[in-house]
Design a protein around this ligand. Structure first.
Ligand SMILES: N[C@@H](CCC(=O)N[C@@H](CS)C(=O)NCC(=O)O)C(=O)O
Length: 249
């Protein structure tokens, strides 16, 4: 349906890394030609309006629920894991065979579950309410996240990397980099930003994940990306927010 030389267009809220960042990391590692549409100036067809139009279904036949949304040629797709799987498969970042493709997608979805739970620490009641309206619930949710959920997810990923002999202790799936490795990198960066104390406490339990995080960071294309203006800092409008009152009671 589409040619690999076609330009990708990413539609995602400007001003925060958010879930768009999982897509950007795959595009960057693949060396793909892409436009981060909403971050372009309005005069060049950018701006938040373009995301709103995409959600209204103006990109094509489908009506996506929420960004990130990717368009290439006549294809329009959404759901972060779905987009990353598509890009990973096209650019050799999704494992070597059907078993590895399935495992990559399952891990990606699990990593997105962890990201959603990290988000829900500051929005435990509703995404439609401000953090300030759910502070008490957020404290309770964060305590449970840091004590139970984050260690459970990270402990599971740690075992996956440790058991994957082909990956030499630095990859989730098979012998080579896959898109869930990039997603896990991003989540570890986010957790370290949002919960310096809580994440610090779990670090001794996850030596393989720390090695993976370091290995991803030093890949030439990722290193160049992280040093560029295309990379956005975490902030208090995204998934991973630093509210000291939520970082361990
Ligand atoms: N499961 C979806 C979640 C998408 C999502 O929550 N997108 C956010 C931005 S990161 C959004 O704009 N949500 C609007 C809403 O949930 O009402 C995915 O992974 O893409």
């Amino acid at each position: 349906v589409t040619k690999k030389t076609e330009r990708y267009e990413l539609f995602y809220w400007p001003g925060l890394p958010g879930r768009g960042e999982f897509v950007r990391l795959v595009l960057e590692e693949a060396g793909a030609d892409y436009t981060d549409v909403a971050r372009m100036p309005k005069s060049k067809g950018g701006g938040v309006q373009r995301v709103l139009e995409a959600i209204e279904g103006k990109l094509g036949g489908v009506v996506p629920f929420a960004p990130p949304i990717l368009r290439v040629g006549s294809l329009v797709m959404w759901q972060t894991a779905n987009i990353c799987d598509f890009l990973g498969r096209r650019h050799g970042l999704a494992g070597a065979d059907e078993g590895e493709h399935r495992t990559s997608l399952a891990l990606m979805m699990t990593i997105m579950d962890l990201a959603a739970e990290a988000h829900d620490t500051h929005h435990p009641v509703s995404t439609a309410l401000y953090y300030e309206e759910q502070r008490e619930e957020a404290k309770r949710r964060s305590t449970a996240f840091l004590d139970q959920r984050m260690p459970k997810f990270l402990g599971s990923f740690e075992r996956v990397v440790a058991k994957n002999q082909a990956g030499k202790g630095r990859a989730l799936v098979g012998a080579h980099l896959t898109y869930p490795d990039l997603a896990l990198f991003q989540v570890l960066e986010g957790l370290a930003y949002a919960f310096p104390k809580g994440y610090g406490a779990v670090k001794p339990e996850i030596p393989h994940l720390l090695a993976l995080r370091k290995a991803i960071r030093s890949r030439p294309r990722i290193r160049a990306y992280l040093a560029s203006k295309r990379r956005q800092d975490f902030n208090e409008t995204g998934i991973f927010r630093r509210y000291p009152e939520l970082d361990g009671a």
